[in-house]
Design a protein around this ligand. Structure first.
Ligand code: BGC
Length: 432
């Protein structure tokens, strides 16, 4: 690998509230995790990394590593534990945390919805319910009013396409039932919610930066010579990516989403392009897999660094804007035999950053998923995505080589030959 510059890229980490905070029983994922067999290791988000009590320590560690920006979530069920009743103590808690982040010279990017709902909202039928949009916008108005003096950069909704499919197709999240009708309703309501939140935040603040975090994958036929797989790959891409991006970013409505509401017309509903990029899918039908022979991470996902540019190019040609990689990361659980905390994450990061640096595209921010190892939804505490290791029993944080490396990359404004020699390491250990 040749050295490269990254002086124009702001670098930080991304998290979601429930995956790190612990202690909240008012949300749908807590409820879901109490059902037998739903979480692979039987863990609950009640523990996770106890960030709710350790945010000062975690913020100090981010500052020590020199991170430039931090994407964090607000747990809606803490702020609005009952419909229309806001908990001021929870809001003040987040205010204090964001003030500490700002004092550490770290730019906050705040996510307003990241997979979790208050239990009462889930009970109403969550995002399938026609009133869901207005209910959530009431929360958005409250939060932006309360935090708007501290925060100007917002992610409205994290990965509507993943939320909809996880919960209404793949049975990996609440309510865990298959319903195409509900899947479509969720996408419809989330697209409307994003557009209206975009407008609302622009009404409430001067010059905010508002977008949503879109989960973008590369789709490829598993067998390049199979015409059916070729068609399915294009269909999957269209359904999974284009329906939601066209509606939420451009107000362009697919018939799959039902009728376009009268207040939404074709327009520009984003200030940056938020992309979460992890992997590539080898398509055979509705399910996907991994191309044989490819390097894979500890969840079996294809490690395909070129994809970060492919998805960004694809989307930014249709929706031009500064590109923020709102998530990118990998499950690397380390080596239990040697005791190494990670094996290939430094290589993964260097290869993705190199693609960004060489692309000529307008990449402005990169958020690594995630800071401290966290609770990975139905996968529980098993996959480790962090730059910092967490011992869940003692809640002890230990910076991994990749955390140290990111710190040096930020300090140098790029990647030098010495840094490559120090961190790149051997080839990936596992292949599909
Ligand atoms: C989600 C994160 C999740 C990550 C890794 C993304 O799709 O936004 O919440 O932890 O993937 O699985």
């Amino acid at each position: 690998m040749e050295p490269f510059e990254l002086s124009d890229l702001m670098i930080g980490t991304a998290t979601a509230a429930i995956q790190i905070e612990g202690g909240d029983k008012n949300n749908n994922w807590y409820d879901y995790a109490t059902l037998p067999g739903k979480i692979k290791d039987g863990s609950s988000p009640l523990r996770s990394t106890d960030h709710w009590n350790r945010w000062e320590e975690d913020t100090a560690l981010m500052a020590e590593l020199g991170l430039q920006t931090y994407r964090m979530g607000l747990e809606w069920s803490r702020i609005e534990p009952k419909p229309g009743e806001f908990d001021n103590a929870a809001i003040q808690h987040y205010r204090a945390e964001i003030q500490a982040i700002l004092a550490a010279d770290i730019v906050p990017l705040v996510t307003l919805h990241h997979f979790t709902n208050p239990s009462w909202f889930q009970g109403l039928g969550e995002w399938t319910a026609p009133e869901s949009v207005d209910i959530w916008l009431r929360f958005v108005r409250k939060v932006v009013t309360e935090l708007g003096d501290l925060v100007t950069d917002w992610v409205t909704i994290n990965e509507p396409n993943v939320y909809a499919t996880l919960c209404h197709l793949f049975k990996e999240g609440p309510p865990g039932r298959v319903s195409w009708q509900n899947l479509r309703l969720v996408l419809r309501h989330m697209a409307i919610a994003h557009v209206r939140a975009y407008r609302l935040i622009h009404e409430l603040q001067q010059n905010p930066q508002v977008g949503f975090a879109h989960h973008a994958r590369v789709f490829t036929p598993r067998n390049q010579n199979n015409p059916l797989q070729k068609i399915m790959s294009a269909v999957d891409e269209k359904l999974f990516q284009d329906v939601i991006t066209d509606a939420a970013l451009g107000g362009v409505w697919s018939p799959l989403l039902g009728r376009r509401p009268a207040d939404i017309s074709a327009g520009t509903y984003y200030d940056y392009l938020g992309l979460n990029y992890y992997s590539r899918s080898a398509v055979t039908g509705i399910n996907d897999g991994t191309l044989p022979g490819r390097p894979i991470n500890d969840l079996g996902w294809d490690i395909y660094p070129e994809g970060i540019v492919e998805v960004a190019k694809n989307l930014s040609e249709r929706y031009p804007a500064p590109i923020w990689i709102t998530e990118n990361g990998t499950a690397d659980n380390g080596n239990p035999v040697t005791g190494e905390l990670e094996v290939f994450r430094p290589r993964f990061i260097l290869e993705h950053l190199k693609e960004i640096a060489d692309s000529g595209l307008d990449f402005k921010r990169y958020y690594h998923w995630c800071f401290v190892d966290n609770w990975e939804w139905s996968e529980g505490e098993i996959p480790r995505f962090g730059l910092v290791h967490n011992d869940y029993e003692t809640q002890t944080r230990t910076v991994k080589p990749s955390g140290q490396m990111i710190s040096e990359i930020i300090a140098q404004g790029g990647v030098s030959t010495e840094l490559i020699e120090k961190y790149l390491g051997p080839e990936y250990p596992n292949y599909a």
